[in-house]
Design a protein around this ligand. Structure first.
Ligand SMILES: [Zn+2]
Length: 233
């Protein structure tokens, strides 16, 4: 069991600086040369949602993960990331799957120390920093790094990646998480009741349909990869 850290949004600080490494919105902090991903369905630039620096002592200590997703197109087959065929619990996830399923979303993984503010990105989600605080309770039902996942349904955690290394629980984001948007950001494209895409009336974005999000990471691969599962009550 890895150490567990709570991720709490600091609602007082609204100004982004170069010193924060875990935050939602604002502009991403990425290594030089990293490109803002584009949606493989509609071609639009994907929205930067959040990034987390894993503390030393956590799984992936010293690494950061930035999460992007398209807010410009919607289709009922891709509101949440594609799932593996067959049973999910204890699955052995192929490396190729973890690369190819990143279509309208993208995970960028890098050394935290090498990242700089990506000033060419136009902010869409309002910046709010995460405070990372160690906790003794690995089962705490919060947005957190490490510890144990709090499943809403059956345990769908994977076990291995490509038959080689284990898959490690990285973090969970509670359901209904609101990524408040800036005044000038376009509204999210969502599915209307008739199943066709429409513009959301909401002043926030939702990631993966607002489901509870569980992220797992590979261990021992030269280029780490992320596996995502979402659940609803
Ligand atoms: Zn798209």
């Amino acid at each position: 069991m890895s150490n567990c850290y709570l991720l709490k949004l600091d609602l007082c600080q609204v100004q982004q600086s170069a010193s924060e490494n875990s935050f939602i919105g604002g502009v991403p902090k990425l290594p030089d040369g990293a490109e803002i991903p584009r949606c493989k369905f509609c071609g639009a630039e994907e929205c930067f949602f959040f990034q987390v620096a894993f503390p030393n002592g956590a799984v992936w200590g010293g690494l950061s993960l930035a999460v992007f997703a398209c807010t410009s197109c919607a289709d009922e087959t891709r509101l949440i990331p594609q799932m593996l065929p067959g049973p999910l619990s204890d699955a052995d996830v192929p490396v190729g799957f973890l690369e190819s399923y990143q279509t309208n979303f993208r995970f960028i993984i890098f050394q935290t120390a090498l990242a700089t503010l990506c000033t060419k990105y136009r902010e869409k989600v309002k910046f709010k920093p995460f405070q990372t605080r160690s906790t003794d309770d690995p089962d705490i039902n919060e947005t957190k790094i490490g510890g144990s996942p709090n499943w809403l349904q059956v345990d769908e955690g994977p076990r291995l990646c490509g038959g080689a290394g284990p898959m490690l629980f990285l973090l969970q984001l509670l359901e209904g998480f609101r990524f408040e948007i800036t005044e000038h950001a376009p509204r999210q494209i969502e599915l209307g009741l008739d199943g066709s895409p429409q513009t959301s009336p909401l002043n926030y974005y939702q990631l993966f349909n607002g489901n509870r999000i569980f992220l797992f990471g590979t261990e021992g691969l030269a280029q780490p990869l992320v596996y995502v599962i979402t659940q609803v009550d």
